[in-house]
Write a protein of this length. Structure first.
Length: 246
């Protein structure tokens, strides 16, 4: 089984960190193909960042489909371009935010999200509503840490800051589980679970395991309804590569 793990930003260290986390949980025989956008922002922390990251992300979806990968994982907690990617792909496409939230609901009656900057809180709250998870989430909490601060090995100071916010979520929100709201936190999942004594869910690893399950069940993305292929029409300029074909 081949799972394409796509970092929608252009930061090498972030891609490498996510690949390590994904390979640690992948089953024997699962190959993780870790790639990143070739164009776009170094991190995704705003609506503008997300919009400018989409061409590079969707180009990776196209390339993975041409290679015949078994599943795609979009490794950014905003789940950028998820609906568009599902329109383009027959293989399952999993966003790490949706994966983490679904996993949290399987092991706890409630959860809180611990994310990066305050400005990303609204994005997580929108996804919770879109995925029907708002009633299960106690709160989305910002640590004030920028995504690029997490690009390589997370420092002890940042680890302590994230742990402290998780502890506040348990004490103040009454959450039964923690969802880590950034792919750059993927290396903290096991450590925080052991320290806090509750399930701590990282979306990268959750998405990999869900992808394996879907592929094992023979599931593919439905082409009936909302994820039907885009209509065939002319595309011009830089977007010509995305023109749908029969």
């Amino acid at each position: 089984m081949r799972i394409q793990l796509i970092n929608p930003n252009t930061t090498d260290d972030m891609t490498a960190k996510m690949a390590v986390a994904a390979r640690q949980v992948a089953s024997a025989g699962t190959q993780i193909l870790a790639v990143q956008s070739s164009t776009g922002p170094a991190s995704i922390e705003s609506a503008s960042d997300e919009a400018l990251a989409l061409p590079g992300l969707l180009a990776r979806i196209q390339a993975g489909e041409a290679m015949g990968v078994d599943a795609h994982v979009i490794a950014c907690f905003g789940d950028p371009g998820l609906r568009a990617a599902r329109e383009m792909a027959r293989a399952p496409v999993i966003g790490i935010a949706e994966a983490a939230m679904q996993m949290a609901c399987l092991v706890s009656a409630s959860f809180s999200v611990v994310t990066t900057l305050e400005r990303t809180v609204a994005t997580a709250e929108r996804l919770l509503r879109d995925y029907g998870m708002a009633a299960r989430c106690r709160r989305v909490r910002a640590t004030g840490i920028a995504v690029l601060e997490l690009e390589a090995q997370t420092s002890n100071a940042l680890r302590q800051k994230i742990r402290a916010e998780c502890e506040r979520a348990l004490a103040e929100d009454g959450a039964g589980a923690i969802v880590l709201g950034c792919a750059g936190m993927a290396d903290l999942c096991s450590e925080l679970t052991a320290q806090l004594g509750v399930p701590v869910i990282d979306g990268v690893t959750a998405a990999v395991k869900l992808a394996e399950a879907l592929v094992g069940l023979g599931m593919r993305t439905s082409k009936q309804g909302d994820y039907a292929p885009p209509l065939i029409k002319p595309f011009t300029g830089a977007m010509a590569q995305f023109a749908p074909s029969a």
